[in-house]
Design a protein around this ligand. Structure first.
Ligand SMILES: Cc1ncc(COP(=O)(O)O)c(C=O)c1O
Length: 391
């Protein structure tokens, strides 16, 4: 393999959230971190090369993103996902979560409802509540080892006229589903019939396992194109989250103008010279590296499955179709979310995101970050087994 994912890189003392920022959340910093969704791998050499060259130039004044930047985004989505984006639809955000927060302010009023599908990425809740909007839950159903949308409940909840906006997580963190074209079409019909705006958070869209394809929600129908705000970024895919650069794709002129007016008001359109460069290098030259990464991650999933079968059959991997942060189903242990978290931290010395952090339906699960060298994954699984095995 041309790329190396096996070398363990010491990330301590780099101001990284995953290794240096554990204590406030887990009460200890001597744990093996398998939480927060970034990777323990170096960014692609193609990205590092572009950054190095720019670093050597030495002048880092105000920066702008020009047409080649937008073309790199459009090129990637056409190549990888068959989605034709007009570059005029592309807007900027310093991250996907900031784009969610801006959307809350742009498309809803205080007191109005925003629908989410828990268990789901927890900043969905804080962005909604942070500006006095109301969380409306359309919980996912878990059956036969797989999470699914509850369409009847979705219809009922949207018929509550206070819901003006829907946050879709596609692919879904943490349940690992890559929604099928049929599921998205049905979801889209239900939303379009009620005239709600959908923010489709597609940040995980490049992390797809064998035989799975991602469908952008905005591509499923004309109605969805006109009512969807799609958030994407190269940050998860290429491990460049610290460069704080995301793209927001808004085909509707009206929604785009509403979004942009807030970006202008907050003066956050300038962006970061390294983030912009890294995005371009990644989307223009990152295909081969990503294909190699996906193979490695698939190997990590296989490793976890055989480890659990042999050593810890009371725990099951909810095998993901996409994302590198799947759930471990620990419900057979009969522990509450906080009890499970404490057990893993205190007995296993390992830090995972608690399933209960993701809201309804997350209790009894733990989310594991598999984007790490096999040696660290093995260490983590041993720790989980030593914490749980003795129960
Ligand atoms: C669904 C989802 N959206 C957004 C983010 C973070 O986005 P950003 O770092 O660009 O704000 C994450 C990170 O885990 C995520 O899982």
């Amino acid at each position: 393999m041309r790329y190396d994912f096996d070398t363990v890189i010491d990330r301590r003392n780099t101001d990284c959230a995953k290794w240096d920022g554990m204590a406030p959340l887990f009460g200890a910093d001597d744990l093996l971190p398998m939480w927060v969704a970034d990777m323990d791998f170096k960014a692609p050499p193609e990205v590092m090369e572009a950054l190095r060259e720019r670093l050597d130039h030495g002048v880092f004044g105000y920066t702008r993103r020009f047409e080649p930047y937008r073309e790199a985004i459009a090129g990637w989505f056409l190549r990888r996902h068959g989605w034709q984006i007009d570059t005029a639809w592309i807007r900027h955000a310093p991250g996907v979560v900031p784009a969610l927060a801006i959307s809350i302010m742009a498309f809803t009023q205080p007191g109005e409802g925003v629908l989410v599908q828990p268990p789901v990425y927890y900043p969905f809740f804080s962005t909604i509540r942070g500006r006095g909007r109301t969380v409306v839950e359309n919980p996912l159903k878990f059956a036969g080892g797989r999470f699914e949308m509850d369409f009847d409940d979705l219809e009922r909840k949207l018929d509550d006229s206070a819901v003006k906006l829907v946050f879709l997580c596609s692919p879904h963190n943490p349940v690992g589903r890559v929604w099928s074209p049929e599921e998205l079409a049905r979801f889209g019909e239900i939303c379009a019939a009620r005239g709600v705006v959908v923010v489709s958070d597609e940040i995980h869209c490049d992390i797809l396992y064998r035989g799975v394809r991602h469908t952008p929600l905005a591509s499923v129908s004309d109605a969805m194109r006109e009512s969807t705000v799609t958030t994407v970024a190269p940050s998860k895919t290429f491990n460049i989250a610290g460069l704080a650069t995301a793209a927001v794709i808004i085909p509707s002129r009206r929604l785009r103008d509403d979004y942009q007016s807030l970006v202008d008001f907050m003066h956050i359109d300038g962006g970061n010279v390294f983030g912009a460069l890294a995005l371009r290098a990644a989307y223009e030259k990152g295909d081969e590296w990503l294909d190699a990464l996906l193979e490695y991650l698939e190997g990590n999933l296989d490793f976890i499955e055989s480890f659990l079968a042999e050593r810890l059959p009371s725990v099951a991997l909810v095998r993901p179709e996409g994302t590198y942060v799947p759930l471990l189903d620990c419900r057979s242990l009969g522990l509450s979310g906080p009890e499970l978290e404490r057990l893993l931290v205190e007995r296993g010395k390992v830090a995972l995101d608690g399933g209960h952090w993701f809201g309804s339906g997350g209790d009894g699960f733990a989310r594991i970050n598999i984007a790490t060298p096999r040696a660290l994954l093995k260490d983590g699984m041993e720790r989980i087994a030593s914490a749980i095995g003795g129960l």
